[in-house]
Design a protein around this ligand. Structure first.
Ligand SMILES: NC(=O)c1ccc[n+]([C@@H]2O[C@H](COP(=O)([O-])OP(=O)(O)OC[C@H]3O[C@@H](n4cnc5c(N)ncnc54)[C@H](O)[C@@H]3O)[C@@H](O)[C@H]2O)c1
Length: 336
């Protein structure tokens, strides 16, 4: 299936199709210089299949992992683009997870004031979330995503078959983001994830529906001035947990715990059950003051309050401005 992203002057297709990695020529002009950016955890077969379709390709591979989404690798991509004589007519393709997509997109957005960028996301997190929306960037000065741009891809090509090689823990981590979107915006998708005994068999539908939510939200609010904040459900506390966990917990796992704090009643019980079903954590025994201090420094803080997203009924949400005191009470009082 194909989703079409349209917001102002930004227009591109999001293709979701098994086998799409093998026929990218349908989606982009490969008769030009193409820099394929990938990390060393991406199966060699995917890289081979992609390169085979691009007669003028160059490959940039960096070591896998969040710590490599940094200024050194960003600089190295730009140096290679210059060295190989890339012009404004040429393009960058990201093949990998969110780390690859964010950094390759950032390099494409800066090189010669912006060249074409195509994203082929290969983790579930990147397929349902990070590949759509145009946010690019790197971690800098010890802060995640502190430097970056908005630079939308010319196309996103999602091949669910690439998930076959993805580690189960990473698959479920990405599913946490789909559960996040379903909880606020699509009760039918939530029911599907809740009831299925065949996650992989239903993954195309899950990706398509989650992408549809993300796409609509970003179309409405491309610069994150309003409704796009709903994508932060579970993230205010989740980010703080992620920082404190020191890499022990994955991003989606921290968001999973964060969603429990920001939901109530029956919705909270359903979210808890579905997270447990996929082995995602629902509790945390971290120090409340340490978490609060991290939230205080969160870049999304507006003066003395934080805008949080709450779910009381699956498929709907509300925004609440919470003071740090209220967040502290929430952390202390919610029996997880
Ligand atoms: N731009 C956005 O809007 C946005 C949104 C959410 C998250 N992000 C960013 O996304 C990043 C996290 O992305 P991620 O979870 O995809 O992590 P990741 O890119 O580090 O990928 C995780 C691991 O999976 C491996 N991998 C990827 N695809 C594979 C496959 N098909 N088979 C086998 N192994 C594979 C990679 O080598 C890597 O080791 C973070 O940096 C986060 O800030 C960005």
């Amino acid at each position: 299936m194909i989703e079409h992203f349209h917001s102002g002057t930004i227009d591109y297709d999001i293709v979701i199709r098994r086998g799409a990695l093998g026929c990218i020529g349908n989606r982009l002009n490969v008769d030009r210089n193409i820099m394929v950016v990938t990390d060393d955890g991406i199966p060699a077969d995917y890289i081979r299949r992609l390169i085979a379709q691009c007669p003028h390709s160059r490959l940039f591979t960096f070591p896998q992992g969040e710590k490599n989404k940094n200024i050194d690798n960003f600089k190295a991509i730009l140096e290679k683009l210059l060295e190989y004589g890339f012009t404004r007519k040429d393009a960058v393709i990201a093949l990998g997870g969110g780390v690859t997509g964010d950094m390759a997109g950032f390099a494409a957005s800066c090189y010669m004031r912006g060249i074409d960028f195509f994203n082929i996301p290969t983790t579930l997190l990147a397929q349902v979330d990070s590949s759509v929306g145009g946010k690019t960037g790197i971690d800098f000065g010890g802060i995640k995503n502190s430097v970056g741009t908005f630079h939308h891809p010319k196309a996103v090509i999602i091949d669910p078959d690439t998930l076959e090689t993805l580690d189960r823990r990473l698959l479920h981590e990405g599913l946490a983001e789909a559960i996040k979107m379903a909880s606020t915006s699509d009760s039918g998708l939530f029911e599907l994830i809740e009831s299925t005994d065949d996650l992989r068999g239903n993954i195309d539908t899950i990706i398509a529906r989650a992408v549809n939510i993300k796409k609509k939200v970003v179309e409405e609010d491309p610069d994150e001035k309003g409704i796009r904040k709903l994508l932060n459900f579970g993230h205010t506390i989740g980010h703080a947990i992620e920082s404190l966990s020191g890499g022990e917990l994955l991003h989606g796992e921290c968001v999973a715990i964060g969603m429990i704090y920001m939901s109530d009643g029956e919705a909270r019980e359903r979210i808890r059950r579905v997270l447990k079903k996929y082995g995602l954590p629902t509790t945390c025994n971290m120090d409340t003051d340490a978490l609060l201090s991290l939230i205080r420094h969160d870049k999304k803080r507006e003066e003395s309050t934080v805008t949080t997203v709450h779910v009381e009924k699956i498929g709907s949400y509300s925004f609440r401005k919470m003071t740090l005191h209220e967040l502290g009470n929430c952390l202390k009082n919610k029996e997880l």
